[in-house]
Design a protein around this ligand. Structure first.
Ligand code: XBP
Ligand code: MG
Length: 256
């Protein structure tokens, strides 16, 4: 196992409720009579990327309106308002990292194992979230960062993982990815990256066929995994546990 690759939304932190509130605040500010409740947003999350999600919703809500040059201008304007609301809400530290994330990033750093980010979210969101968690020099903790500004095609396309692997100079099977959603798992698996899934309430109903492991979270000494979780190891996922899972996945792939 030569690198860890983390998704952001739902994986590093449980961010989608904050995204949903920011979309709804942008609709009010833009004078749109749209409102995304939890149930609708859970369905809309099947479309990765906030701009793509807005266009998908608009086409459902008002198909006549969504043709012509002005459409992308409106989408960009509403999404910029949404990003302003989201980053304001997150920058002041309103969103903690999920259990085990900071610990595993530190463990990897101590073991000189590169850590990367593969996300479909907007760079400003990433900066707000990780600035709050790791301070202004947060980028130094990551060997590669690919996001909506570096990679056009969103998950479940593998592109963002392929871009990270290219920057790391590694192959998919050399790494372990962490995701929260079916789209994210599909993207990582299409890039041949063995993937640990830690769903959130928005994605718990998704299918995670092909995951290395599916866990409520990665656990910490002060936030242990429930004893009923599939793996019977210690109550939190360590680098050594990941190495063991990665070795098993590699030998299964070799035997197949
Ligand atoms: C999840 C997404 C993003 C966020 C909203 O990204 O699909 O679109 O929901 O952020 P991840 P934007 O790959 O980190 O799970 O509005 O900036 O897209
Ligand atoms: Mg995600």
């Amino acid at each position: 196992m030569q690198a860890l690759i983390f998704d952001v939304d739902g994986t590093l932190a449980d961010t989608e409720s904050a995204h949903r509130h920011a979309f709804n605040a942008a609709f009010v500010e833009a004078g749109l009579d749209w409102h995304w409740d939890e149930a609708l947003y859970a369905r809309l999350l099947d479309v990765a990327g906030g701009k793509e999600r807005l266009l998908h919703y608009w086409r459902m809500a008002d198909p006549e309106e969504t043709h012509g040059p002005g459409v992308s201008r409106v989408i960009d304007a509403v999404h910029a308002i949404k990003t302003r609301h989201y980053t304001a809400r997150v920058r002041d530290g309103g969103l903690p990292l999920r259990p085990g994330i900071a610990r595993l990033i530190d463990e990897a750093r101590a073991a000189s194992i590169p850590v990367a980010i593969a996300t479909t979210t907007t760079p400003a969101n990433l900066d707000a979230l990780l600035h709050a968690s790791f301070g202004p020099q947060w980028r130094r903790r990551f060997a590669a960062i690919c996001d909506a500004s570096t990679t056009q095609l969103k998950k479940p396309a593998p592109d963002v993982y392929l871009d990270v692997l290219r920057q790391l100079g590694l192959k998919g099977p050399d790494c372990v990815a962490f995701e929260d959603s079916a789209n994210g798992l599909r993207a990582a698996r299409a890039a041949l990256v063995p993937t640990v899934v830690t769903p959130t309430a928005y994605t718990a109903h998704h299918s995670f066929e092909g995951a290395l492991a599916v866990l409520p979270h990665l656990g910490d000494p002060d936030a242990p995994l429930p004893s009923t979780t599939a793996h019977d190891g210690p109550a939190w996922v360590t680098l050594d546990i990941l190495r063991g899972w990665h070795r098993e996945a590699s030998s299964e792939a070799a035997a197949a």
